[in-house]
Design a protein around this ligand. Structure first.
Ligand SMILES: *[C@@H]1O[C@H](CO)[C@@H](O)[C@H](O)[C@H]1NC(C)=O
Ligand SMILES: *[C@@H]1O[C@H](CO)[C@@H](O)[C@H](O)[C@H]1NC(C)=O
Ligand SMILES: *[C@@H]1O[C@H](CO)[C@@H](O)[C@H](O)[C@H]1NC(C)=O
Ligand SMILES: *[C@@H]1O[C@H](CO)[C@@H](O)[C@H](O)[C@H]1NC(C)=O
Ligand SMILES: *[C@@H]1O[C@H](CO)[C@@H](O)[C@H](O)[C@H]1NC(C)=O
Ligand SMILES: *[C@@H]1O[C@H](CO)[C@@H](O)[C@H](O)[C@H]1NC(C)=O
Length: 379
């Protein structure tokens, strides 16, 4: 079994390759160009049914994966970009997505770029964080597609190869443009903006519960259910020159919540907080009091709904606690880090999180009348 995993890049190197700028292209030079970045697949040295203790086997490199899924070279020519990471995806931080985003913007968004899209292969544990960080810092209409594998490559029926093929097929499809970043995984396409890993073990794990699937793969080809649209209110941050981000801490609200943790986080250097509040992001009274005090000191707190689906809803008037508007805790943390880094004021940060939802809920009649009755009466 071990010999299956020890592979050479010879097969890949036998394909026509040509060097262009900093990228080396593999495959037929008449096909559309796709940049493939990311980490290697996992492999197990225990058995073909092991999907629990496979971290230490030697998996294929991206080049070897292309050699195992040569069909990708019938749809695209590929350039592999390696991003230095060590260990599994649980140990990663924002340095990775800042680096990937800077590369992707430089290579895909330049006016003269002939690259049609990018795919990112990533460990699934924190895929949603790296992907989200790239999504809201990537400034063009070309597809950025994240994918990965839930099963080790040594499994009886591994999922990584199929996911890889589908991600490449999505990256070359013009129908994938102008949608924001996408996740291609397990025969389905979802928006990075709204997706989270919902199952710790099964291949059907990247789900966007409220917003649903954008499309499906049939015979390897993407079929979109809707015409292109960007997620509502999706912000954009320029990270061309960013290498570090301010610390933002996530806390989990529960019965008996200890609000001193909020002050402790700030004393430890946190510049903002994200708190999961039970129900529609209802922080406990002590957490609300602490959030108000920290707000007065210039430290924002984002309240996120603790249920895996749904959202906290901002009040009709701006307040000292900001509601995340359907963004999950990991995603809210990344937006808050980027907004603080960009020098946004507290009001501007609140607007990024709340404005589209507040306008949608309280703007139209009759809600405008009901919720702003006092203001209307005096005007
Ligand atoms: C698998 O590899 C790891 C190190 O890479 C080793 O510790 C472990 O004993 C190996 N297991 C088997 C069954 O060979
Ligand atoms: C994957 O490709 C390598 C060559 O890069 C080869 O040695 C190996 O047998 C292939 N594995 C499968 C399962 O096709
Ligand atoms: C960013 O990625 C490139 C490879 O594409 C690598 O050479 C460089 O070391 C990376 N920088 C950081 C800070 O990780
Ligand atoms: C690109 O950046 C500009 C602002 O610098 C922004 O208005 C625009 O929406 C961004 N485009 C995309 C696709 O993110
Ligand atoms: C990034 O740094 C370069 C070089 O100092 C500068 O020209 C450019 O305007 C900066 N871009 C942003 C968005 O700050
Ligand atoms: C991220 O992790 C890498 C490797 O452990 C480290 O070199 C880097 O400084 C970290 N970056 C941040 C922003 O913490």
């Amino acid at each position: 079994m071990l010999s299956r995993c020890i592979v050479s890049a010879a097969l890949v190197l036998s394909f026509i390759s040509n060097v262009q700028g900093e990228l080396e292209w593999i495959g037929d030079s008449f096909l559309p160009k796709v940049v493939a970045g990311g980490t290697i697949l996992s492999a197990s040295n225990y058995s073909r049914v092991d999907n629990v203790q496979y971290g230490s086997g030697k998996g294929p490199t991206p080049e070897e994966l292309i050699g195992n899924v040569t069909e990708v070279l019938d749809v695209a020519q590929l350039a592999v970009v390696r991003f230095p990471v060590s260990g599994g995806s649980s140990g990663l931080n924002s340095s990775l997505y800042l680096n990937i985003s800077q590369h992707a913007n430089r290579q895909l968004c330049a006016p003269d770029s002939d690259i049609v899209g990018a795919i990112m292969f990533h460990g699934t544990n924190t895929l949603e964080e790296t992907a989200f960080g790239v999504d809201i810092t990537f400034n063009c209409s070309k597809p950025f597609i994240a994918t990965g594998a839930m099963r080790p490559d040594t499994y009886l029926s591994p999922d990584g190869r199929s996911n890889f093929y589908q991600a490449v097929a999505a990256a070359v499809s013009p129908a994938s443009r102008n949608r924001g970043g996408l996740i291609a995984f397990n025969d389905k396409i979802t928006s990075i903006y709204y997706s989270t890993k919902l199952n710790a073990n099964t291949p059907d794990t990247f789900i966007s519960l409220m917003q649903g699937n954008l499309g499906s793969f049939l015979a390897g080809q993407p079929y979109y259910f809707f015409d292109p649209a960007f997620p509502a209110g999706r912000p954009y941050f320029d990270v061309t020159n960013t290498t570090e981000l301010p610390s933002v801490i996530i806390l989990y609200g529960h019965q008996g919540f200890d609000a001193s943790l909020m002050y402790a986080a700030v004393a430890n250097g946190a510049k903002g907080l994200v708190i999961l509040g039970p129900g529609a992001a209802q922080l406990s009274p002590n957490a609300q009091a602490a959030a108000k005090e920290l707000f007065a000191r210039g430290v924002p707190t984002i309240a996120v709904a603790r249920p895996v689906s749904g959202t906290g809803v901002p009040g009709p008037y701006p307040g000292p606690i900001f509601y995340s508007s359907y963004l999950g805790p990991d995603q809210s943390r990344i937006v808050l880090q980027l907004a603080i880094n960009a020098g946004y004021s507290l009001d501007e940060i609140r607007d990024v999180f709340e404005n589209p939802l507040r306008t949608a809920v309280y703007g139209p009649q009759p809600n405008a009348e009901w919720y702003y009755a006092a203001a209307n009466a005096t005007s």
